[in-house]
Design a binder for this molecule. Sequence first.
Ligand code: ADQ
Length: 459
Amino acid sequence: MKSRPRLVAVANRLPVHRVGGIYPRWVTSPGGLVTALAPIVRKTGGAWVGWDGSTERKASPFTHDGIAIRPVSITESEVESFYNKFSNQTLWPLYHDAIRTPIFDRKTWRPYVEVNSRFARAAARTAQPGDWVWVHDYHLQLVPAMIRQIRPDVKIGFFLHIPFPPEELFAWLPWRKQILQGLLGADLVGFQTYAAVRNFSRLARDFTTAEGTDTALEYEGRTVAVNAFPISIDFKSFEDVARSRESSEAGALIRQRVGVGRKILLCVDRLDYTKGIDARLQAYELLLNSGRVSVDDAVLVQIAVPSRERVFEYADLRQEIDRMVGRINGDHSVPGRVAVHYFRRNFSREELIAYYRAADIMVVTPLRDGMNLVAKEYIASRVDSTGVLILSEFAGAARELRRAVLVNPRDVEGLAEAMVTAIRTPVKEARHNMNILRMQVRRHDVFEWADQFLRALQD
Ligand code: ADQ
């Protein structure tokens, strides 16, 4: 790590956000990416290029906690066209199995190119000779090639946090060639899973002049390395909080409040149609309707943080979940015992960990997910090695977390069955599986992820 060149991180969002009214100040934003990258950027004397989330004022470059912050501005109309539309109504659904129909609107492509070019110019200005530039995620897929054009002297890495779809879906995209060429501008393209590596390399060979194997493509006289780097969490920091007396007491209080003796099935998601919240509620409703589980035996706790609320599909989903929870509770709750506890708001990390500690069963059932960090956070928080994880086969995390109860999230009956299996799992068996899961996540934490990526970039 000592000999590493300066690292310039490029991501849609900066690692800091502004708080306070009259005397605003910048504070570090929470989240896995910031936790993993900020120490390396700081240690190498590097910089972070990103948007500060505001369209009102243009922030000037500044230094925060040893990191050179280089804000990129985005206008109100670009938030709509580049972010809400092209990124979140075209790319996001297309890359997630077209769970919602992607919108292909050529008026939003121009702003995507324009904003990508602004990020690339900012990165090129910031990078010094010999620096490494690490670009992140689906909002910025044109940036690698754009940086290369201005600064062929820097090493460029790209990591995609969401799935990369198979040819049958990606080929729908009218701008498929441009996106592939944008990504091929990198020296190393990283994905969450090997399936994504295969999809990308096949598409690159089919739609561009790239040739070669899945992990080494020859393109315009250079070799582009492609590989899987499953992202993870800061295991130790979750474990440390979970081990604290406060967390243990908060967890016990939650258990006491929902009713001692009831099994807690916990779900924590961004309110997003990819997360399978509706199918999961249907499965639980099926169990209650069939009488296999009653409100005396169990309670489902759904914590959902609203996101992308200006996008129609998200407002629609929110209403649908509201209705479903209302129906299930209307049909099944009894005085003092609701069937589903629904929290539609942001929780602090400490609060989340208290819920992870309280939950007998964690239900993570996305229809498609790049990785899913919630599953790993639950495992890290189970410091007493108890608890059962139900995990969708279609989350990237399912490749590693083989000791979870793996389910097809669209199979509502199968999912209901998995909930019963989880509720009835003997403690000894649960503990055995949880120990193996904990070892897996402890070994492969987010610092290892960043290190592996940067080592591969060096080669
Ligand atoms: P996301 O789709 O946002 O990330 P995920 O990996 O599950 O999905 O991360 C969600 C984060 O939000 C977790 O850290 C979780 O603790 C937090 N969170 C969820 N609900 C919350 C609530 N109510 N209050 C507070 N925090 C809450 C994208 C990809 C994923 C990939 C990550 C990282 O879609 O597949 O794992 O990036 O690469």
